[in-house]
Design a protein around this ligand. Sequence first.
Ligand code: OAD
Length: 258
Amino acid sequence: MMTFHQHLLRALVEARAVAVLTGAGVSAESGVATFRDPNGLWAKFRPEELASMDGFLKNPALVWEWYQARREVIERVTPNPGHYALAAMQAWYAERGGALTLITQNVDRLHHRAGSTDVLELHGNIVENYCSRCTRPHDYRYSDNPDVKEPPRCSYCGGMIRPAVVWFGEMLPVNILAAAHHAAEHCDVFLSIGTSAEVYPAAGLPLEAKQHGALLVEINPHPTVLTRYADEVIAAPSGEALPQLFEQMRLLSSAASI
Ligand code: OAD
């Protein structure tokens, strides 16, 4: 059983607005690789080759196959207790007239599968696809076509179909980023979970929240560039920490209302 500071539990119970930023670490316990850990994807692959428009144009089949392999993993795995705890916390705040805004850098859709709603996907998702030339959405589904080795062609313009993720050098979706900034600036507590906080603009959100008066909490088994700015650090895997944190919040809340 983990113990948390009473003032953290109290802040979470009393909060009206909570914002959460998640990164690849939240899905690590589901079996999805992170990027910057010693066994992470960027230890084995070059981001500019696989996650940029230049890389895609130079070697479309390589990039497509890499995304197909990641899709295969994501279809096979399931959300872990950390994903479920965040979904349950979101419902709990909503029942009490508050709100938990879930902002994620993850493209794996595991938050959706765990039941979270209105997820702000800053980096898009790996499930949907669109035409790299005319930008029309394309209804390619990995599960229907697991063996497609090259990007399919757009039926309107013949352009190559690409995954609906944000690549290096590309803009984040403007409305989603604006909603994330709004949530950061108006929350009472901001939780940064399972992210190295190294990729901007997402990495700027936790400090933006703190500058606007939020309590900044980090959940990560390893220190990050954010750790020294955090008001509370829970140095544990999110799949273990989040269910216990939520359980203890509920205990405190029911004790307070007796
Ligand atoms: P990183 O791989 O940079 O960081 C993952 C973080 O998760 C690290 O700080 C780990 O310590 C932590 N971690 C590992 N296991 C954990 C666990 N069980 N519980 C909690 N934390 C754990 O991943 P991101 O910060 O998500 O962007 O990377 C940000 C962006 O860089 C990604 O969205 C992706 C990548 O390039 C794009 O592709 C645009």
